[in-house]
Design a protein around this ligand. Sequence first.
Ligand SMILES: NC(=O)c1ccc[n+]([C@@H]2O[C@H](COP(=O)([O-])OP(=O)(O)OC[C@H]3O[C@@H](n4cnc5c(N)ncnc54)[C@H](OP(=O)(O)O)[C@@H]3O)[C@@H](O)[C@H]2O)c1
Length: 317
Amino acid sequence: MNRRILGRTQLETSVMGLGCGGNSRLGQAYGNSESDSIRVVRTALDEGINFIDTAPTYGTEGIVGKALNGVNRDQYILSTKVSLPNPSRLGRWKDKRYFEKNLHQSLKHLKTDSIDIYNLHCVAASHYALAHDTYAEWLMKFQDQGKIRFLGITEVFGNDPTHEMLKLAVRDSVWDVIMVGLNIVNQSALRTIFPAALDKNLGIQIMFAVRKALVNQGGLKALIANLIEIGEVDPAEIESAEDPIGFLLRPEVAESLTDAAYRFCAHVSGSPIVLSGTGNPEHLRSNAASLNRPPLPNHVLARLKSIFGRVERATCN
Ligand SMILES: NC(=O)c1ccc[n+]([C@@H]2O[C@H](COP(=O)([O-])OP(=O)(O)OC[C@H]3O[C@@H](n4cnc5c(N)ncnc54)[C@H](OP(=O)(O)O)[C@@H]3O)[C@@H](O)[C@H]2O)c1
């Protein structure tokens, strides 16, 4: 698996990060046993993936901790998260305790003394000031104690497809890593988030490279029809309504829609980590192979840009 440097963290990471949340949660969402999910994590390590993203709300931290038992700590990089406390409560003492308790639980589940990237999870633009002015300062105390190495922040792409929160976050210097939604349909982050993130040499984790509308052609066709209806895609850009993405699926271009979708994200500027979540070891191997392949041809990238360049609201969820 190809490696790259994650921005100013200087961590050497695999291009693919194993996402332990999303719709699969290592297959826990659809009935995988704990040992099935542990096998997915072990398969990722075997494939050369050294970056694992999880969160307490996914219910997979404990599985990751068990899967990594016995593996040298310098062989993997852990990203986990803490959700914001209920913002209406705002009792400072209670909130400080909340952060301490959450971090302690994550360390315990992940069976480690230190988390590499600790992210504030799903921050909305309306809560950003609180996240930055108050919570980030508290998290930095954990950095001083050696319990976390770098600070990250993740957006709620489903509700914030235009990245309003990250537009604020990339102006500030406290975050080392951001997690942003990007895919072949919603490329807006490349215009609105990446330039400032690259300027600050932030580490970038990409999520939503593949979601429901990008696992099969039918889903993408339906989404394109909807985007034409709401005026975000110009029907004149589409070769044929029956086969709107035929150009992407030619054998000389990509092996499948997911192959194209992952390769699109792997080769954008900024050397991002592309998160891929699955409960299926076969999908994992196939996605790892896609993320190791060369970029899509330039004429295909240009075509994707001209079709989807104005899309701002779709997430492919
Ligand atoms: N705001 C946040 O902080 C936030 C939000 C969302 C996600 N995340 C993180 O980002 C990671 C990535 O999330 P994501 O939103 O990009 O989704 P994802 O977790 O990568 O999910 C991808 C979906 O596509 C399916 N899939 C994967 N490979 C496939 C293949 N080769 N063929 C067919 N189906 C395939 C998977 O189902 P199968 O199990 O069947 O393979 C899964 O349901 C998450 O796991 C999580 O760690 C963070």
